[in-house]
Design a binder for this molecule. Structure first.
Ligand code: SIN
Length: 537
């Protein structure tokens, strides 16, 4: 199969790009699950944007949003990138409403919410299912866009580049090997312009707010293809994941209670009812996430309690039902009435702030390969992402990536000089009879990342994690080459690769900054006021 633009991933970043690119050439969007299985669809809070004067919170401005983003990013944001993305906020909201996204309104104006680290109300939302509203609208538009084909249940195994084929010209992308999950067939998708929009890697940790699909596929593939990767040590832990020890399903274990709940007055308390976060930061429960997650971690370790609580019982009766109907009902289904009882919560892995290193247009170090959304490290988030900045980034960079491709490369295909791409060869063994090994490795990996590489780190823990990961990697590699590929093997292979990148980056940063906190180097160190960049070649 050949197309002008191959987009891998169907969240806001991938679809924003695809819908626009279809006006310039043929687009294929491939996604390993169903179109709505993206992190985007799970986003509860909303999208941060400074609206035009008269429509935003009193006194809000681009400057204030920039300042909040830089403050959260702890010195590592690229200010030019931050500014450009934030300046395009209002245009992004126009884009989304043109796709049919319906944000909540108070009278004629958009209703604006608040989240941690924001000095003003500037989060547009659709109650507490903003991501789903966006994802559903965009998938619908994508399905009726001429020139755009959306293929579900197609798992990208690896990118194909001239470098990987050993062709000694400038390293450029040629397409991808893709597993069609239903048939087990591996096909070649040829394209000179490949957009990685595969989201993040929350599943690398035992506890995460992410859907099962968040297995770091894009970072792992780009790394194997030779692209540079940066800042993977900065994994954001969301402070308030519902603590539900009796939970059985993945959904119950990973249920997020949006930061917007704290924005509307929810307060974090310990078992004695004390507002413990004030000791860490005067902004208390609404400080940036790294600070709040660490305060919870400390409180849990200090008291020995399994969780802390998010208290909204002081809000007027009916408030939660009205403003957060999804969260309210979901908690009810788990047996908790949050209008009457505080919600037990713990931090859980939420967002990957580093990723495939790109410029402000999503351009990676490999010609023709772009990365947009959570998979990318553009410089917006620095050492800690400001809440609700990511849907904004996904849309803005998608728009810029298309402009960059059209203006710099044109849209004609590279044509006849493209080298021959060899067919895919499976390993010998048809059915992985040792499937149990895969699941065991999967559990071991996620637990060791949780135990050794989570909110608080040490050199020793990181070294131990590195040693275990090397063994796991070896085992997974044997599996991968010996067996017919399946989605399970591919995801495990990607998770191990991404976990190793997180540890490699974390070991290099000998200071505590933003989301990377280590007991061995508890303070900031100016010598590390730079990105952690890993280069393959
Ligand atoms: C939330 O609703 O708390 C998540 C929003 C985000 O991560 O940006």
């Amino acid at each position: 199969m050949t197309c002008d633009f191959l987009v891998i991933g169907s969240g806001i970043a991938g679809l924003s790009f695809a819908i626009r690119a279809a006006a310039h050439g043929s687009v294929i969007v491939i996604t390993k699950g169903k179109a709505l299985d993206s992190n985007t669809a799970w986003a509860q809070g909303g999208i941060a944007s400074v609206l035009r004067p008269g429509f935003c919170d009193d006194g809000d401005s681009i400057e204030l949003h920039v300042a909040d983003t830089l403050d959260a990013g702890a010195g590592l944001c690229r200010e030019d990138v931050v500014r450009s993305i934030i300046e395009e906020g209002a245009a992004t909201i126009d884009d989304l409403t043109s796709y049919g996204v319906s944000f909540d309104k108070d009278d004629d104006h958009f209703a604006l919410g608040k989240e941690g680290g924001h000095s003003k109300r500037r989060i547009l939302h659709a109650r507490d299912t903003t991501g789903l509203e966006i994802a559903e609208s965009m998938v619908e538009v994508a399905r009726r866009t001429p020139n755009l084909t959306l293929l579900e249940d197609h798992f990208t195994i690896d990118l194909i580049t001239t470098g990987k084929l050993g062709v000694t010209t400038e390293d450029r992308v040629l397409g991808a090997y893709v597993l069609e999950k239903h048939t087990g067939e591996v096909k070649i998708f040829r394209s000179d312009r490949v957009l990685l929009a595969t989201g993040g890697c929350g599943k690398v940790y035992l506890y995460t707010t992410n859907p099962d699909s968040a297995t770091g596929d894009g970072v792992a593939m780009a790394w194997r293809a030779g692209a540079s990767v940066a800042n993977m040590e900065f994994i954001q832990f969301h402070p308030t994941c519902f603590y539900n020890p009796a939970a059985t399903g993945a959904e119950a274990r990973s249920f997020l209670v949006s930061e917007a709940v704290r924005g509307e007055g929810g307060i974090l308390i310990n078992g004695k009812g004390e507002d413990f976060t004030r000791k860490a930061d005067p902004r208390g429960s609404l400080a940036p996430r790294d600070i709040v997650a660490r305060a919870i971690d400390r409180e849990i370790k200090k008291t020995g309690a399994p969780c802390v609580y998010l208290d909204v019982t002081h809000k007027p009766s009916g408030f939660m039902r009205e403003r957060f109907p999804f969260i309210y009902e979901k908690l009810r289904s788990f047996g908790l009435d949050c209008e009457k009882q505080p919600i037990p919560v713990v931090p859980a892995a939420h967002y990957q702030c580093g990723g495939v290193l790109t410029d402000i247009n999503g351009k990676t170090s490999i010609r023709g390969l772009y990365a947009i959304g959570e998979v990318a490290c553009t410089g917006l988030h620095g050492a800690n992402r400001l809440a609700s900045n990511s849907l904004l980034e996904g849309n803005v960079i998608a728009r810029r990536a298309l402009d960059s491709i059209v203006h710099h490369y044109g849209v004609e295909r590279n044509g006849d000089d493209a080298p021959e791409i060899p067919d895919w060869h499976h390993g010998d063994v048809t059915a992985p009879d040792e499937l149990v090994v895969i699941y065991h490795n999967w559990d071991e990996l996620r637990r060791l990342m949780w135990d050794y590489v989570s909110i608080v780190r040490t050199d020793n823990r990181l070294r131990r994690a590195g040693t275990r990961l090397r063994n796991l990697k070896k085992e997974v590699r044997e599996f991968y080459w010996g067996h017919r590929v399946t989605a399970d093997i591919l995801e495990l292979r990607n998770l191990v690769a991404v976990a190793s990148l997180i540890v490699d980056c974390a070991i290099r940063r000998r200071e505590s900054r933003g989301l990377h906190h280590t007991l061995d180097y508890p303070g900031l160190d100016e010598r590390f006021l730079r990105d952690t960049v890993l280069r393959r070649f």
